[in-house]
Design a protein around this ligand. Sequence first.
Ligand code: NAD
Length: 247
Amino acid sequence: MDLGIAGRTAAVAAASAGLGLGAAKALAADGVRVAICGRDPQRLAAAAAQIDADVLTITADMSDPSSGRSFVEQAIAGLGSVDILVTNAGGPPPGIFSNTEMEAFQMAFDMNCKAMIEMCRVAIPPMRERGWGRVCAITSVGVKQPIPFLLASSVARAGLTSFLKITAREVAADGVTVNSAQPGTHWTARVSKMMNQEDAGKSNPMGICGDSDDFGAAVAFLCSEQAKFITGTGLLIDGGQATGLLD
Ligand code: NAD
């Protein structure tokens, strides 16, 4: 399907590997000019080499929320505009109530909520002025079904999801959509640190883990022309992992 976004511009955060890279690849494959960020210039260059297009690489660390702002500002300067924003960052370390210190909540909030809000604050106003924009936040299935061993992560992402939902309604009439893509268990470096692939697959109704490229294709759809009437939603991409009845 032609997504109708060829020639558009995108900033995809934390895209030197994993789900962010999957999203950047899918957008570039649809003719979008892409800027990606990550912490390490060499890893970013290696990621850019996996994308079949010219890619603007920007070094930025999302654990400092002001880097979210600076990433989007640099992407706008380099690409001329940002029509599509995909927010993303690394994930907080595992922890439960009895072993999660307040600092861990603050770090999760900074990286997985505040940095995303900073990105939106730079990207959305010019999208509204131009009458077209797409924001897709990579969050987690934990927003729909909190993950007990990822307490700080689940708390931070729930806050971000509230921000996205409220903002989506405020900017809807200006042609800007604001959604999230909620991964279940996709086989990436992060997941490989927490579980083995066989066990991760077994715990999913499909018996497998998700794939970054499939995930990226779903993100690209949410950012497409055809998705113009989808806003304020969180799309689970989880192979049926979440068990709740209501989305
Ligand atoms: P990953 O660790 O495999 O890849 C994350 C990428 O972001 C890497 O390129 C890494 O270098 C970069 N990165 C990490 N910290 C960064 C920072 N502070 N600033 C800039 N870049 C940074 O992770 P992933 O599996 O691709 O997950 C992406 C996001 O989705 C994470 O927040 C993760 O917690 C969340 N998530 C992933 C899954 C999954 O199944 N993979 C499930 C639920 C939620």
